[in-house]
Write a protein that binds this ligand. Structure first.
Ligand SMILES: [Zn+2]
Length: 90
């Protein structure tokens, strides 16, 4: 009586031995998700704030625009970190 041959032992195991795709080495599950203080929305969109620098303050001696990036709530457009947000009629 022939022995049963276990084919499954020789099948390639999928998913094992493959290098993980190297991305950012941060475990997002250990971070603190940021949400909008006003509406709780977890999605923010980037925005640029422009600041006009007068010629007196400018390092070049000429009027220039300085920019800083802020993040706006994708839902209510409140700036990230702001507890006041966009004023509404009340
Ligand atoms: Zn919001």
């Amino acid at each position: 009586m022939p022995k049963l041959y276990d084919m499954t032992k020789h099948l390639p195991k999928k998913g094992l031995g493959q290098p993980m795709q190297q991305q950012i080495n941060i475990d997002l599950s250990k971070t603190t998700p940021q949400i909008c203080h006003l509406c709780g929305c977890p999605v923010f969109i980037p925005g640029i704030q422009l600041h006009k620098v007068s010629a007196l303050m400018s390092p070049t001696g000429q009027e220039l625009l300085a920019q800083s990036q802020i993040f706006l709530c994708a839902n209510c457009k409140a700036p990230y970190g702001s507890k006041e947000g966009v004023k509404t009629n009340d």
